[in-house]
Design a protein around this ligand. Structure first.
Ligand SMILES: [Mg+2]
Length: 216
């Protein structure tokens, strides 16, 4: 599926790509509204409506994944709440085998994520995936989300990857579009981002259902 002899750099997204997005959907759409409703003494339905609208307004910004922003705004300890349910973080099928393949082939393996560094720490410690990565780059380190071409320009100068010899796998089409405009050669759209959501419709970029499809 990929010409591995032409690829030196594997850039991988975290949530929805190597990890099951169900954790995040559950956390933000159910767990947080429940706790918020209790604190504010309002109904769960009202809390959920209010929060979903608040999330929507921050989509595609750095606030969206900034756990400190949401802790302050909602009056909840978001990091502690993630810690409480960290045992529910799940790795997508075939990911460890794929990461081991990349290591064996001596590719540079880079995590590029919009997730906040505190979230990344919890998830990579929980899943024991950290040792597979040479580098982790969070969009908050860059100051722009991955949906912006400026993120990729900055990432290139920080990480020194060769975009003509790189593959990016991400479950977000807007991110793939920005990376395409920037010039990353190989782009794959991870489908089945959440194990409990309906399968995604075909999009602009080639779909990847499971990482084992990328093994020779
Ligand atoms: Mg993602």
């Amino acid at each position: 599926m990929l010409p591995w002899h032409d690829i030196d750099f594997a850039l991988l997204d975290m949530d929805g790509t190597i990890l099951d997005r169900y954790f995040d959907d559950y956390f933000w759409e159910e767990h947080v509204p429940k706790r918020y409703a209790m604190g504010k003494k309002i109904s769960y339905e009202k809390a959920r409506r209010k929060l979903l609208a608040a999330y929507k307004a921050e989509e595609k910004t750095l606030n969206w994944t900034d756990v400190d922003y949401w802790s302050n705004r909602l009056g909840l300890d978001i990091v502690a709440m993630k810690e409480e349910i960290r045992d529910q973080v799940r790795i997508h099928p075939g990911v460890e085998t794929f990461l081991q393949f990349l290591r064996d082939q001596q590719k540079a393996v880079i995590l590029v994520t919009n997730a906040h560094p505190k979230t990344v720490k919890i998830k990579l410690e929980q899943t024991l995936l950290l040792p597979y990565f040479d580098t982790v780059l969070c969009s908050s380190d860059v100051g722009l989300p991955k949906e912006e071409i400026g993120f990729w320009r900055e990432a290139e100068s920080v990480l020194q990857f060769n975009k003509a010899r790189s593959v990016l796998v991400d479950d977000n089409e807007d991110v793939l579009l920005a990376a395409h405009t920037f010039g990353i050669k190989h782009l794959l759209h991870k489908h089945h981002a959440s194990s409990r959501a309906p399968k995604e419709a075909a999009g602009i970029f080639p779909a990847l259902d499971y990482f084992t499809q990328l093994l020779p």
